[in-house]
Structure formats: structure tokens, C-alpha cells
Design a protein around this ligand. Sequence first.
Ligand SMILES: [Ca+2]
Ligand SMILES: [Ca+2]
Ligand SMILES: [Ca+2]
Ligand SMILES: [Ca+2]
Length: 265
Amino acid sequence: MLYLHIALSFILFLHLVEGNFYFTNSLGLQQLSEREELPVGTFIVQALTNQLAVDSFEISLDAATYFAINNTGHISIKQRIDREALISRTITGTITAKKSTASPNTVTATFRCVITDINDNVPSFPKRLYEVSTSEATSVGVLIFSQSAVDGDATLNSNLQYSIVSGNDGGKFAIDGTGKVSISSKLDYEQQIEYTLNITVRDQPGLSNWTILVVNIADQDDLPAKFTAFNYLGSVAEDATLVSIKTSLNMISNPSLKYQFSNLV
Ligand SMILES: [Ca+2]
Ligand SMILES: [Ca+2]
Ligand SMILES: [Ca+2]
Ligand SMILES: [Ca+2]
């Protein structure tokens, strides 16, 4: 019985400690959570055994890219962890403690570290300048522009809001929660032929960006022809056979008009 007791006392146990928190499932899968972009060297978690000192700790190759472990079991950031560059958003690995005088002389613990998001990506549009054209006859509510911004972060850090901050003279346009711009009030070519809309996009924590949308208004033949004066005066010699009256009949609106005399006296 004495021999059995001594043998058991040398069995290695391993668990991970984060601050003062001891994982209860010490021999199962250890769940960790750390945010991305921590400085290299930042302490993450400590691997502890049931014996005061072990000969060495090792961390498996898949996790060793990002984490380092020293002889006291302290695990720290070895290389920048960019959540947006990780396919699975998690890093898994195995820690091995070795002690030559123990039996068995190695023990392992597997961990999965979920990399959480920080707001390190500014939303952006693919281009700084867009240009569209629409007729002044286009109905209210019709969509004229659809280009969302992109933001590589997660959840609220990529929850985007759009607004037209300038150039929306007369409130002619509206923008929705996905960046789509539509006509919100009747357009009038004769009133304004171009709008330069400054559109901003903002993620929930407040990082923002912008783009410019130029809207060209195309004319429609929606007005009757109209002379600019009520009377026009010209002169002609009484014996003239071919007459050119040097008075232009200025019109407003439609440039392709046909003229004819009527009610000659
Ligand atoms: Ca990042
Ligand atoms: Ca963001
Ligand atoms: Ca991020
Ligand atoms: Ca018109």
C-alpha cells in the first residue's frame, strides 16, 4: 500500500489558469477567449501542473504560430493575431508538460481559443466617386444608386449606418439602411440639373468614411413652348422680294421647335 501511494503522488496533472480563474475541466478541452490585435508578449494564460516544477512545457505547432510558452507555463502572444485573417476565428492547440521523475512523465491539455473582435476596420466604399443619371420624370421612390460599404469587423463593429450629409438640395433623395439611394421628391430639370451628394457611412462604435455621388438630371419635354416676349419688331422694304428679318424669336424650353406664321394681316 505504501508503494502505491508513492507512485500516485508522481502522476502529473495539468490545468490552465487565467488570472485567478482555474478551469474546472482541467483534463478536458480548455475554452479560452482573447481579443485580436493584442501586443506581442501579452500574457494570456498559465499552464500549471500538480507538481511544483516540471522540466519543460511545449505547445503544439498549430498554436505555436501565435502563442509562446515558457518554462513556468506562461502562455503569451507570439505573433499578431488578426481576427479578420483567421478563417475559423479560433486557434486550437495542445500543451504538453514533461517531468522526467514523474510517471507518466508527460501530460497534455487541449485548448481552443476564440479570437474576439475589436473595431479595427473602417467601413469603406469601393470608389470615392460615383455618377448616375436619371430623368426628371423618374417617379418618387425609384432606386437610382445601390452600393453598400464594406467593413471587415463583426457584429456591431460592422453594423453600418448611411446618411447624406450635404448636397441633397430640397431633400430630393433618401438613403436607406443598406446605402441604397432613391428619389424622395419630384425632380425638375428646369430647377436643377445636377446634385453632388456627400454620403457618409458609420459603424456602430463611430468609425466613418465617405463617398461622393453625382446625380445628373436628364431633361424631359414637359413644358409648353413659350416666347420670351409678347411682340417682336422687324422692318422690310416695300419692294423687297426676299426678306430676312433680323430679329430672333427667342424661345424658352424645347430646342427642337417648328415655326410657322399664322393670322397674317
Ligand atoms: Ca484585425
Ligand atoms: Ca468597423
Ligand atoms: Ca476586427
Ligand atoms: Ca423639362
